[in-house]
Design a protein around this ligand. Structure first.
Ligand code: 13P
Ligand code: ZN
Ligand code: NA
Length: 282
């Protein structure tokens, strides 16, 4: 069934595991993520960025995810990833999304609070939970720039931010970056533990493609309840399609090569659900 992130993340927080959140770009990726979650009896979150919603709008993705969720035994969430305006947040909300991120991390602290609070007020009226970001995750998320410097989340500011906005979960900046890393990322896990000590809501890790599995598990043990993977799903899908086309250069049926992409994504998502510790938590 289609559910919100509210209970899913609170349950994960209580059980000291995380729910995997996977960015989807087409119907095949939606099918792959749900198939992986079903096979491992795991709750799962699917999410789309603003640029994905330029490719096909929120109604298309919502229809795909809802269809998959209705057939599934496991709980499935449709989440807006890095919503960059009040209007886009409301567009996803009206389309039926069951979880919304408003990313005001590029704004000054007070403006981030104001923007986040406006989305929280609108969404909470209908029981839709909201994720926000404080500090800046590095790198580039689709065509959204990560910005210069990428300041890390300050624990005392996180407390003030959460109290002022009533947000349901918080994305923290501790050294991860969107996209492919050059080398191995160095994470400030002490900072994560400090944030966890003073903030009670579920914390979210962004930029997880390329973070070693052991580092992700460490972050989960320190309070991360939602783990975002995007780039590696795109890479997996493309790998499947490319390998199929190399073996079958005359292929012209999208069903054939997209099936190969779908299978690669499913295998990748299954491996990351295991890293999250959410197997059999449905
Ligand atoms: P990656 O593309 O590095 O996996 O980051 C995903 C993410 O944070 C989506 O919001
Ligand atoms: Zn992100
Ligand atoms: Na990354």
């Amino acid at each position: 069934p289609l559910v919100t992130t509210k209970e899913l993340l609170l349950k994960a927080q209580e059980g000291h595991y995380a729910v995997g959140a996977f960015n989807v770009e087409n119907m095949e990726m939606v099918q792959a993520v749900v198939a992986a979650a079903e096979e491992l009896n795991a709750p799962v979150i699917m999410q789309t960025t603003p640029s994905t919603l330029k490719y096909a709008d929120a109604d298309y993705f919502y229809a795909n995810v809802k269809t998959a969720a209705q057939k599934a035994k496991v709980p499935v969430v449709m989440h807006l990833d890095h919503g960059n305006s009040f209007d886009l947040a409301m567009k996803a909300y009206r389309a039926g999304y069951t979880s919304i991120m408003i990313d005001g991390s590029h704004e000054l602290f007070d403006e981030n609070i104001r923007l986040t609070k406006s989305v929280v007020d609108a969404c909470h009226a209908a029981g839709v939970p909201v994720e926000a970001e404080l500090g800046k995750v590095g790198g580039k998320e689709d065509d959204l720039e990560g910005g210069e410097g990428n300041p890390y989340t300050v624990p005392s500011e996180a407390v003030e931010f959460v109290n002022a906005t009533d947000v349901d979960s918080l994305a923290v900046a501790i050294g991860t970056a969107h996209g492919v890393y050059k080398g191995i990322p160095k994470l400030d896990v002490e900072r994560l533990s400090e944030i966890r000590e003073v903030v009670s809501i579920p914390l979210v890790l962004h930029g997880t493609s390329g973070v070693p599995d052991e580092a992700v598990k460490d972050c989960i043990s320190r309070g991360i309840c939602k783990v975002n993977y995007a780039t590696d799903l795109r890479i997996a899908f493309t790998k499947g399609v490319k390998e199929y086309m190399e073996k079958n250069p005359d292929a012209f049926d999208p069903k054939k090569y997209n099936s190969a992409g779908r299978e690669e994504v499913k295998q990748y998502v299954m491996s990351k659900i295991k890293v999250c510790g959410s197997v059999d938590k449905a």
